[in-house]
Ligand binder design. Structure first.
Ligand SMILES: CCCCCCCCCCCCCCCCCCCCCCCCCC(=O)SCCNC(=O)CCNC(=O)[C@H](O)C(C)(C)COP(=O)(O)OP(=O)(O)OC[C@H]1O[C@@H](n2cnc3c(N)ncnc32)[C@H](O)[C@@H]1OP(=O)(O)O
Ligand SMILES: NC(=O)C1=CN([C@@H]2O[C@H](COP(=O)(O)OP(=O)(O)OC[C@H]3O[C@@H](n4cnc5c(N)ncnc54)[C@H](OP(=O)(O)O)[C@@H]3O)[C@@H](O)[C@H]2O)C=CC1
Length: 515
């Protein structure tokens, strides 16, 4: 019997960010392994014209939850969506709902955050710092609370090279920042933001670091743990391999590469690609929830959910495997044949951007214009290049994350728990994982049918022929222009032609002699 699964039985669990990538996989696993849990409270806001109920309905009826319905048929009754907006005071939760949350919650998983790298400082602080503080305040009024699990990111201290499982202080106190945001206007905030974030690459990682400090300062006598995942990728094993549902992180780049838009990246091939499957992160979260509640460590423990020091894979290996998978299972209606050119050199990267990205987009837009259609490729390409430039920081560096606490926890688990809540990334086979990942992007993000693969392969062959034809035509045009203008080019041309003629004559003569 799994001790972790048993622990969550009969419990009331509060999850923030349950509608996000990590949150959905967390709920799925909880329902599947502990179907006898009492209730999962989720803090949700209406979004994109959908009510809370519609959002929950959509999640529960997605492919991700298919297995859950078999083991927990009454899952709809066990999920309680509570209207909440984490960027508002008291989260805009009604009094009755707040009362219920305060009196019933046993475990909190705080996943909600803004993960946009370019969010405004005001919004990012509201969500990643102030909301965390507010939730901790709520937690301190929960008599039945056994554990509070805060999800941060392994990159919250990416200004350091070696990162231990400790909370590092930030140069400016979170409280001072929260207070000053109350009276400063937006224009001034955006002006001081770059000075505040110093050597952090973006507002996201900086505010996640502030969030950790808030956890440390406001922990009171709560049982708290912090989990720091690196780049969270598709599911490795559970509930099935390759599940993804948004374009964040690598997902968008895999689409852009598979569709042939992105053919070069400013990346350091040998840098560690610290991807971690989402189900591995979720297993660690559940194990940490159990350990924190049952063993009550004296201080707030930080757990790294990373792959780099236990089972490293670099960007080169990852790129090669992604490309190999595109050969086997290509995406439909690609713009160009997928190709990967890694360079860590600024000049070469600019060159590839001009030749491989912008020029084809401009040419295609001309073609669209000439055929009476609206040009769109340049805009799309600019968007992709903007996204890539935001991610570049992370694919040109390597970090060392220590994993003592994570390994300690692994050794504390029973063999059954190690199997059911496996977060040992050493068992991950990267080649298999990446192949399933790309397949998952095709199936679950692009919603492409596997039956379309032969046609997609045919399309890639046509693109290859167009590519050869285009290059030959371009070569001939350039050469013709050169010959018209330069004596030297003419001399070279006559030399080549006479050389070929002599070679052919010799070949013909020797074959006649043989006969
Ligand atoms: C060496 C390989 C070589 C390959 C060679 C070639 C290929 C061969 C191999 C292929 C690659 C193999 C792996 C690749 C490496 C991956 C590295 C990942 C590092 C990640 C580090 C993460 C570390 C920290 C982890 C964490 O701790 S947390 C989570 C991380 N957080 C995020 O990942 C949010 C990022 N995003 C934003 O911050 C915003 O997206 C913003 C960007 C500001 C735009 O912002 P904006 O311009 O306003 O535009 P949007 O409205 O957002 O989007 C506008 C439009 O772009 C779309 N689009 C949004 N995103 C992405 C995205 N990624 N990629 C592409 N498209 C995207 C969106 O669908 C929308 O399309 P539409 O709907 O218009 O059709
Ligand atoms: N994905 C990754 O690569 C990594 C993620 N992390 C961390 O993991 C956690 C989860 O990330 P992930 O699932 O990928 O992110 P998502 O963007 O997929 O999910 C974010 C969640 O936060 C919720 N949220 C955002 N703003 C509000 C608000 N104002 N009120 C209520 N809810 C809100 C979103 O709700 P809604 O659906 O309404 O927008 C959504 O459920 C975050 O803390 C992130 O920092 C850490 C490392 C890597």
């Amino acid at each position: 019997m799994s001790m972790i699964a048993a622990f969550y039985g009969g419990k009331s669990i509060l999850i923030t960010g349950a509608t996000g990538f990590l949150g959905k996989v967390l709920m799925e696993k909880l329902f599947r392994t502990s179907p006898d849990l009492k209730v999962i409270y989720i803090l949700v806001r209406p979004k994109a014209g959908q009510t809370l109920q519609q959002r929950v309905f959509q999640i529960l009826n997605s492919k991700l939850f298919e297995k859950v319905k078999e083991v927990c048929p009454n899952v709809h009754e066990k999920i309680r969506a509570i209207y909440a907006d984490l960027s508002q005071n008291d989260f805009a939760i009604s009094k009755e709902d707040m009362q219920e949350l305060l009196s019933c919650t046993n475990v909190i998983f705080h996943c909600a955050a803004t993960v946009r790298f370019d969010d405004t400082l005001r919004h990012a602080v509201q969500l990643n710092v102030t909301a965390t503080r507010q939730l901790l305040l709520m937690a301190s009024q929960m008599p039945k609370l056994e554990a509070f699990i805060h999800i941060s990111t392994a990159y919250s201290n990416c200004n350091l090279k070696h990162i231990d499982e400790v909370i590092y202080p930030c140069p400016v106190e979170p409280k001072k920042i929260i207070d000053s945001l109350e009276w400063l206007d937006d224009a001034i905030i955006e002006e001081i933001a770059p000075k505040l974030i110093r050597d952090w690459p973006n507002i996201y990682t900086y505010t996640k670091a502030l969030g950790e400090m808030v956890v440390q300062q406001e922990s009171r006598n709560l049982n708290i743990a912090i989990i720091r995942p690196s780049i969270v990728g598709a599911t490795w094993q559970e509930p099935f391999p390759g599940w993804v549902d948004n374009v964040n992180g690598p997902n968008g780049l895999i689409i852009a590469a598979g569709k042939g838009f992105l053919r070069a990246l400013k990346a350091t091939p040998k840098a560690v690609a610290d991807l971690i499957p989402v189900d591995t992160v979720v297993n660690l979260m559940l194990a940490v929830g159990w350990y924190t509640a049952v063993h009550r460590p004296k201080s707030t423990l930080v757990y790294h959910s990373t792959s780099g020091n236990l089972n490293p894979c670099n960007w080169h290996k990852m790129g090669v495997q992604v490309l190999a998978t595109f050969e086997k299972i290509p995406f439909e209606r690609a713009f160009r044949r997928p190709y990967a050119n890694f360079t860590s050199n600024n000049f070469t990267s600019q060159y590839w951007n001009a030749v491989s990205h912008r020029a084809p987009a401009i040419i295609y837009d001309c073609y669209l214009r000439l055929t009476g259609r609206k040009p769109r490729m340049t805009k799309l390409m600019n968007q992709i290049l903007r996204t890539v430039s935001m991610l570049e920081y992370f694919i040109n560096r390597s970090w060392e994350w220590s994993t003592y606490n994570t390994e300690m926890l692994m050794s504390e688990l029973s063999p059954e728990d190690q199997r059911v809540f496996n977060f040992d990334v050493r068992q991950l086979n990267w080649l298999e994982y990446i192949e399933n990942y790309v397949l998952g992007v095709k199936k679950y993000l692009l919603k492409e049918d596997m039956a379309g693969i032969p046609e997609a392969k045919q399309h890639l062959k046509r693109l290859r022929n167009i590519h050869y034809l285009f290059n030959t035509a371009l070569f001939l045009i350039v050469w013709r222009l050169l010959i018209a203008r330069s004596q030297m080019a003419r001399n070279v041309w006559f030399f080549i032609v006479s050389f070929c003629y002599k070679f052919l004559s010799y070949f013909r003569a020797s074959s006649t002699l043989k006969v």
